[in-house]
Design a protein around this ligand. Structure first.
Ligand code: DGL
Length: 232
């Protein structure tokens, strides 16, 4: 069984990609909605929460883990890998490299949590892959909460989206990185806002390909879901 977790329901956008590629794989998913959002929490807090979710998934029979959360990956992936070695632990990070390759205007926008944007790992990604392009970042307050509430296209959510995206468009961004797994759940209103000429990039499909390389597809294709606040 593959264990997948996130701070909430955002990681289900990653599960969808894994299921598309590996329909027979059994997946157990935990969304820690009671502690969402993780974005503003300290790295130590995020590590402790991620540790608890990982232990629960492994105790349920998980043989590999996906951290379906950019914020938890930058805060906790290396410590979790050291702690649970040799269990494969697949993390995710904003798609700076493909965005830098895709942009024609030379300006990309990155929508991610403050925890991701302020991390050393994010700075390293920019150093490695974004030398030739201008990268504008937005921490997108309220977006995670809107997804957690199921408010995908309410007037309030659309106003939150416009507030972050309009400055990116005004600065010439033609490629937007959805660097938080909650944000692909807003893909359709975001795409409607930016129009067809702006490319939206997330890493769900890339993570699914990595899972396919590392995890044998055994199981019955079942998905079990748990919210931590129901379990504790
Ligand atoms: N879904 C998470 C991510 O990919 C974090 C959302 C949150 O702040 O809890 O970064």
């Amino acid at each position: 069984m593959l264990g997948v977790f996130d701070s909430g329901i955002g990681g289900l956008t990653v599960v969808r990609e894994i299921q598309r590629l590996l329909p027979s794989l059994s997946i157990s998913y935990i969304g820690d909605s009671v502690h969402a959002p993780y974005g503003p929490r300290s790295a130590e807090e995020i590590f402790q929460l991620s540790l608890a979710q990982s232990e629960r998934l492994l105790s349920q029979g998980g043989t590999a883990l996906v951290i379906a959360c950019n914020t938890a990956t930058v805060a906790a992936a290396s410590r979790l890998r050291a702690h649970f070695s040799p269990i494969p632990i697949i993390g995710m990070e904003p798609a700076i490299k493909p965005a830098a390759a895709a942009t024609k205007s030379g300006v990309i926008g990155v929508c991610a949590t403050v925890g991701t944007l302020q991390s050393a790992r994010f700075a390293a990604l920019l150093d490695h892959f974004a030398g030739d392009v201008t990268v504008l970042t937005r921490s997108c307050p309220g977006w995670v909460e809107a997804v957690e509430a199921g408010d995908f296209e309410t007037p309030k959510t659309l106003a939150l989206l416009r507030r972050e995206i309009e400055p990116l468009l005004a600065a010439g961004a033609d490629t937007l990185v959805l660097g938080c797994t909650h944000f692909p759940a807003l893909r359709s209103p975001i795409q409607a806002l930016v129009g067809p000429d702006v490319t939206l990039i997330d890493t769900g499909a890339a993570v699914a390909r990595r899972v396919a390389e590392l995890v044998p597809e055994t199981g019955d294709g079942a998905l079990s879901l748990a919210r931590l606040h129901r379990l504790y």
